[in-house]
Ligand binder design. Structure first.
Ligand code: NAD
Length: 474
């Protein structure tokens, strides 16, 4: 195992896809879809097997690209990207035949005799736009669903993670069917050109501001969208809590990938009875995980680019630093930082932090925490640490968020049968497992009626007698 610890240099994409190539790509893929290339089970399963080979044979290349782009530690890179994809691919391949089958439904008396069923069908040509924080998982992951559902797909990874983007283009070209699956590399200009084209589904992961741009472009063609956005995911720590475990899980969830995780606990709402001991535990756990000098740890990533580094550095001014606070611009290093006595009005409480800073706000009780959360946009994830089942049930019932995780952080996004997505400001639509297949499918209703019987009841001339019978039947 190679342990990645290189510091990355920001570069642009290795090779921008030209306008001509973008237009040619969409034309080729449209032609393939119309020719029915991607519809069969054989094509889909063969592509998924190739996809698995691509991931298996290039795990190290992926980890290296992630080390270049984000200095991701080997463990975090491997587990959250190639390994995550492998699990999703294996699950999809295992269930694909069943997911593709028409689903029988019962039909009402009014249409009998007849057979009713729902036939999933591919939408057509899909566009996947990925974000930079998990630059491989978030671009290739949605493409698994698109392929499984029988679509052609263009994948546009984030230009900010340039090595990962370039690697994906090379691998997809080499392993997958070029007539149906392609990677387009580029930034705003290339994505804007892509968005001008007609798609049958657009799957976007990133911030809400660009989510609006994507949705507006999609509206021009009435294209359905999935928007995987972010937001400030709160973390409630109740007084009745296993502090030791809570601290370990919160620190892991917040500082994995240096906090650049869409579902990372963004801030803690700590019951006043445990705020002090919780902060002490968080400090202790940080030291256990990353040592006395986290900068020297091989297990702590770096900030993606200069802009995000400067943005995060400014947020360090809120409240008091309980631990951390150091920065190094040359390495784009921000120490894992806990802020205490943070005010609701501090800049760090405005937007999603998306970095290794964790503010702690003291609350008198859980009801106060719920009011705090419910007065803000709906988050992507919501965490509650408590031993009291009534408290966790109350949190689930009285709040709205993409997902809830009780007594852990991040792990609710791992089981493929739990759909992953946001609500309100944190996004629309969901994916993972069968939900990815459904996202890229149309559920077509089919009614199949035999001709051996054709009562005249519904046909003109309408009579009182016919109406009487129809009333009885409906
Ligand atoms: P980003 O800058 O990589 O942008 C996302 C994508 O949008 C990129 O592919 C980029 O090329 C494209 N893009 C950027 N500007 C554009 C424009 N003007 N027109 C068209 N396309 C454009 O990523 P980001 O927005 O910094 O991502 C961070 C946000 O994403 C955070 O809010 C985070 O919570 C969210 N996120 C959500 C999830 C999820 O699964 N819900 C996952 C990761 C990140």
């Amino acid at each position: 195992m190679t342990v990645a610890a290189t510091t990355h240099q920001a570069t642009g994409p290795a090779r921008l896809t030209t306008d001509h190539e973008i237009l040619a790509t969409t034309e080729v893929l449209r032609g393939s879809f119309e020719a029915g290339v991607t519809r069969s089970y054989e094509w889909r399963s063969q592509q998924l097997r190739q996809f698995i080979r691509m991931v298996d044979e290039n795990q190290q290349a992926m980890v290296d690209a992630l080390a270049h782009d984000l200095s991701k530690p080997y463990f975090e890179a491997w587990s959250a990207e190639p390994q995550f994809l492998k699990a999703e691919l294996t699950h999809t391949l295992k269930h694909l035949a069943r997911w593709m089958k028409p689903r029988r439904v019962s039909v009402s008396m009014a249409v009998q005799p007849a057979r009713g069923y729902i036939q999933p069908e591919p939408l057509g040509v899909a566009l996947v736009i990925g974000a930079w924080n998990y630059p491989i998982q978030l671009s290739l992951g949605p493409a698994i669903g698109a392929i499984a559902a029988g679509n052609c797909v263009v994948i546009k990874p984030s230009e900010l993670a340039s090595a990962s983007s370039e690697l994906q283009r090379r691998l997809v070209d080499k392993y997958l069917d070029r007539e149906a699956v392609r990677v387009v590399e580029g930034g705003v200009a290339e994505t804007s050109l892509l968005l001008e084209q007609r798609w049958d589904h657009i799957f976007y992961t990133g911030g809400g501001a660009i989510g609006k741009v994507v949705m507006a472009a999609a509206a021009k063609h009435l294209t359905p969208v999935t928007l995987e956005l972010g937001g400030k995911s709160p973390c409630i720590v109740d007084q009745d809590v296993d502090l030791e475990t809570a601290a370990r899980r919160i620190v892991w969830g917040r500082f994995f990938n240096a906090g650049q995780t869409c579902v990372a606990p963004d801030y803690i709402l700590a019951h006043e009875a445990v705020e002090e001991p919780l902060i002490a535990k968080l400090k202790q756990v940080l030291k256990e995980f990353y040592g006395a000098d986290p900068k020297a740890s091989r297990d702590f990533a770096r900030i993606i680019n200069e802009r995000h580094f400067q943005r995060l550095k400014k947020l360090l001014g809120a409240g008091e630093v309980a631990v951390g606070g150091e920065t190094d611009e040359a390495e784009r290093y921000i120490a894992p930082t806990i802020l205490r006595n943070v005010k609701e009005t501090d800049p760090v409480m405005e937007d999603e932090i998306f970095g290794p800073i964790l503010p702690v706000i003291k609350v008198p009780n859980v009801d106060h925490a719920l009011r705090f959360i419910n007065s803000r946009p709906k988050p992507l994830a919501l965490y509650v640490f408590t031993k009291d089942k009534q408290v966790s049930a109350k949190v689930v019932e009285r709040t709205s968020s993409g997902g809830v995780c009780i007594n852990d952080a991040i792990s609710h996004m791992l089981p493929p049968d739990l759909p992953f997505g946001g609500v309100g400001a944190s996004g629309m639509g969901a994916y993972h497992g069968k939900r990815s297949f459904d996202t890229f499918s149309h559920q077509k209703s089919v009614l199949d009626k035999p001709t051996f019987v054709d009562p005249a009841l519904r046909y003109p001339p309408y009579t009182e007698e016919k109406l009487k019978w129809v009333r009885r039947l409906l």
